[in-house]
Design a protein around this ligand. Structure first.
Ligand code: HEM
Length: 157
């Protein structure tokens, strides 16, 4: 898929530049049709990303498996960071300004036992958010693969 390739490519560029991550899980990105519109554009740009972030955090904060991790967290900043992240994941025009994934989550592993089951829940909510917004399953699978590529640093392994 044209938009899949471009979105994945831009996601990889973001992750490489911003987080110094191991991207072996998603190195199959193909670079043809680079002129295709981004998913960010196809979804409706900033308004769509705002909606996705709202929808995503509504799910996360309602989920007993993971909501305690966000207790005391500045959700205004958190939403801004996640919005930046998703904008990049959708191929949009923004520079991620947050911490790398290991630094951002290491204290959660140390102090709150962040583990695979919590990571799985977040990936589930990300997929459900995209699905509700009408994103095709093939692309959701690609985004899930990108999420998998940050599992090890997020869990500080
Ligand atoms: C695909 C996996 C994930 C991605 C891409 C991601 C992305 C991010 C980003 C961009 C930030 C902001 C970093 C900053 O403040 O500079 C962040 C912080 C945070 N993340 Fe994640 N995250 C992921 C997984 C998780 C999981 C599994 C949990 C817990 C269930 C979690 C909980 C948090 C919390 C609580 C913070 C705020 C930490 C603090 O401010 O003290 N994240 N994450």
């Amino acid at each position: 898929m044209i938009k899949t390739s471009l979105t994945l490519l831009l996601t990889l560029v973001f992750l490489s530049a911003s987080a110094g991550l191991n991207l072996s899980a998603v190195q199959a990105a193909n670079t043809d049709n680079a002129a295709a519109p981004t998913l960010y554009a196809q979804l409706g740009g900033e308004a769509a990303v705002d909606a996705a972030v709202d929808r995503f955090y509504a799910k996360v904060l309602a989920d007993a498996r993971v909501k305690d991790f966000f207790e005391g967290v500045d959700m205004v900043r958190q939403s801004a960071m996640q919005k930046e992240f998703l904008t990049f994941a959708f191929g949009g025009p923004v520079t991620y300004s947050g911490q790398d994934m290991r630094s951002a989550h290491a204290h959660l592993v140390e102090e709150k036992g962040l583990s695979d089951m919590h990571f799985d829940a977040i990936v589930e909510h990300l997929g459900a958010t995209l699905r509700e917004m009408g994103v095709e399953e093939n692309l959701i699978a690609q985004v899930a693969a990108v999420a998998e590529s940050v599992r090890e640093p997020v869990l500080n392994r």
